[in-house]
Design a protein around this ligand. Structure first.
Ligand code: NAD
Ligand code: ZN
Length: 358
């Protein structure tokens, strides 16, 4: 069976397109009780962007602390706050920020119409009811959450996305102006999430012409940006937003691979964030992606990025074992990379050797 895939509904795109947000939301405000929920990355608290949010009298603005990656218990708390805000449901949940805030928005809008805790829905196609309208507005580029079918959450038991056709946002606003304030090395780490998505999607058994074509274009843009001497030029910022969008789409039609499988294991134990965690892992994966890793190292050199070392140095053997356990549960990623016989290739000892180099 082929999956009937879904991506983001509508896209408003262009420099300063954020100024049209009020107009976009106005179409959804059908009566006097209508209200919008805005989730905003706490980085913007008191900054110009907060003042530009078109907040109407009944709207609800909540700052999102992004120190940790999204948690199911925070989603549940946000949903409870929104429900106590009014008797009706919001006409849109708007997430303004990076992957963290966009995933909070995507999960929150689903949990407003589905019973229980978000932790119950971590997995594929577990959501029963369509969520309320959701708008995502990236302020940092690369993770692809703006288009993807998943909202990645850490629950009491596992880090796993709420994945399925109900998850993608309905509206995306791509405004290159919004990412200009992102400092390095964070900008590089999140951008490399996109580069790695493409390398992984394009190297494996689930590769498709559709995913590959999107990946080729996304990779071309990443190269133009990060192999240049001026990766922060306005043109390159715009290219980065499109590379992220295409990379997220490329993934939809393929799968991630070794880097994401290992970095999920690493994150479960160390709490390392997705972008930087992927860079630390990918840097050691010449065996699987020789050309990609070589080019990644060249991009780091040109952009003066020095990765942290000794990330697993303080870990106990039991903790390394836990990382390996989590990594091995991600069989669909390994199958994509190595085929159905992947367990003969991806041994615990191989993974231990790689992790201890990080
Ligand atoms: P992020 O949202 O975690 O933000 C990283 C940092 O950048 C934060 O400190 C944030 O405050 C800051 N920041 C954001 N915009 C800024 C701006 N304009 N100026 C200055 N600082 C700014 O970063 P991310 O890498 O986009 O997202 C990572 C998250 O996305 C992880 O939780 C990961 O699991 C998730 N993810 C989701 C998907 C998906 O398909 N849903 C895919 C990959 C990753
Ligand atoms: Zn990723």
């Amino acid at each position: 069976m082929f999956r009937n895939l879904k991506a983001v509904g509508r896209i408003l795109y262009g420099r300063n397109s954020f100024n049209q947000l009020d107009e976009l939301l106005e179409e959804l405000r059908t009566n006097n009780d209508s209200f919008v929920v805005f989730l905003l990355d706490h980085y913007f608290e008191g900054k110009e962007l907060q003042k530009r949010i078109p907040l109407h009298a009944r709207d609800f603005l909540r700052m999102i602390d992004v120190t940790d990656e999204p948690k199911t218990k925070t989603v549940d708390a946000i949903v409870a706050e929104i429900k106590s805000h009014g008797n009706s449901l919001p006409v849109s949940v708007v997430g303004i920020g990076g992957g963290t805030v966009m995933d909070y928005a995507k999960a929150t809008r689903l949990m407003l119409t589905n019973e229980g805790s978000s932790a119950q829905y971590q997995g594929l196609d577990l959501i029963k009811n369509k969520g309320v309208h959701c708008t995502v507005i990236p302020t940092i580029s690369g993770c692809g959450a703006e288009v993807s079918m998943t909202a990645v959450l850490t629950g009491p038991v596992k880090k796993l996305g709420i994945k399925g056709n109900f998850t993608p946002a309905d509206q995306l606003v791509i405004d290159p102006e919004l990412i200009e304030s992102v400092p390095d090395p964070q900008r590089f780490y999140t951008a490399m999430d996109c580069y790695i998505h493409n390398i992984e999607a394009m190297n494996g058994h689930r590769k498709t012409v559709m995913g590959n074509s999107l990946g080729v274009e996304s990779l071309k843009l990443s190269r133009e940006i990060f192999l240049s001497n001026d990766s922060r030029s306005p043109e390159n910022q715009e290219k980065l937003m499109i590379a992220s969008y295409l990379g997220g789409l490329s993934l939809t039609y393929s799968e991630v691979g070794a880097c994401h499988a290992i970095s999920y294991g690493l994150a479960t134990v160390t709490g390392i964030h997705h972008g930087i965690g992927n860079c630390v892992v990918f840097n050691q994966l010449e065996e699987f992606y020789p050309e990609g890793v070589k080019e990644f190292k060249e991009m780091m050199r040109i952009n003066n990025i020095v990765l942290p070392t000794g990330v697993t140095a303080g870990c106990t053997p039991e903790e390394i074992d836990r990382m390996i356990d989590v990594t091995l549960t991600l069989s669909f990623m390994w199958q994509h990379l190595c085929g159905t016989e992947w367990e003969k290739i991806i041994t615990r000892e191989k993974l231990r050797g790689l992790l201890l180099k990080m």
